[in-house]
Design a protein around this ligand. Sequence first.
Ligand code: TRP
Length: 504
Amino acid sequence: MSPNKEFWSSSKGFVLAMAGSAIGLGNIWRFSYIMGKYGGAAFMLVYLAAIFLIGLPIMLCELSLGRASGKGPLEAMTELAPKKTKLSFLAAVALILCATAFALKGLYFYAGTCGFFALGALLFGWGFLGFTVTFLTPLMIAVFYSVVGGWIIVYAIISPMGRIFREPAFSAELLDNIVTASGSQFWVTIAAALAFFLATAFIVMAGVQKGIERFSKIFMPLIFILIVAIIIRALTLPNAHEGLRFLFLPDFSKLSAEGVMAALGQAFFTLSLGSGVGIAYGSYLGRSSSLPKTACTIVIMDTFASILAGLAIFPLLFSTGLSPEEGTSLVFKVLPVAFGKLPLSPLWGTLFFLMLLLAALTSSISMLEGAVQGIMQKLYLSRAKAVILLIIVLGPLVPLTAVSAANYSNVPKLGQFFTETLKLRSESFFAILDNTTCLWLMPLAGLMTLLYVSYVWGNKSALEEMNCFNAFDWLFSKMWLFVVRFISPVLVIMAFLKGLGIFF
Ligand code: TRP
């Protein structure tokens, strides 16, 4: 099969598209709700360490795998080295051990996940890693991401009327109905989630350059400007310093094992790692750009966006007296209050939610892109047919996830099926998708990618692929070699062990 022919029109276009994938709901919605839940500054330090010691090196691995193979994530690994190696066998053994440990702890769901991976690694070797990062993880994310995208659509539609900014009680009740898909908002929520999902699919159908680049180029800078405006307003409110303290004064006693896992998961989520995006986009990248510079730019932009969002949201949160442990609805409760305190609130609010919607779309298209590439290659389908196939398979899961957030109270039959037949007690389908991907699938795929690049493909080849142009690139790539071999894999394994309560 010939390598991909669709190249980015420029390396700047590529950086913007990667940044478009990275910057999204993860930086604003997920970052603030996870940070609120796991306790502020101490979490932030672990998160930053995870970004620079694990995330950045893995992103470089993914980009070089993509560009070297010229293939999408599905085939990149098997293109560059034999399918089954000693290491893939060892990985399978390790996974069987994990599955046993989970089973002994009574965590059958996770035991099953590890068992599934072990079987895949035994049967398909590295090809299974390709399958996971191409189909499993990004598509699971696309489903729950569409639900949050739907909430944003609803907010964007009602913002111009201004009532959510003038009457906090109205906005709280409305939000409750939206996030739990209940009351007057039952159908609205389902329709909005589906609309978000279909919009994503439609853009992917339109093709790489036209669909992705154009969107990213125009809208990314605007959202930064609006967030800065909110920060300025937020910092002048009473009690704002409490928020700054929460963000910057670490209290390590609050950091739990779960918090460490969550920080790692957030690092993967926010950089779109462990899900084939870097490999897919890297395969479209021309030979002339330097990967270290590109990856650093993307990671720094994304981290900057998250910190800005934190600076806007936490001072506001404390000045309005809400609790940081608000959960998935945190930003949706805090932001209307913020806009309510600005002159012309309907205008700023509408603009903000529209832009957030676009940021979310540039991310969600990257979740489908790799899978579409994979289906096109394997089933010899056109892009349009591949997208339609995805719509048929994933479409029904979107409403299911949207209504699961209310613990199925609106749809008791469905609830019975999940809680009694499948025995998935007390967790919503939404939470299961979120936890399985962020806490397990992505870090696991990331770990495998690190091992693959270091010990199977060989990091000499990766180094050649990077195109080091100057002293910075050169120095950076030497450090990268060391970190990828010895630091990142150990850190990921330590986080796993800590999460399992086996270590520390
Ligand atoms: N990084 C995006 C965000 O922060 C989410 C995202 C896009 C993603 N593509 C992904 C997450 C692939 C995991 C995998 O919103």
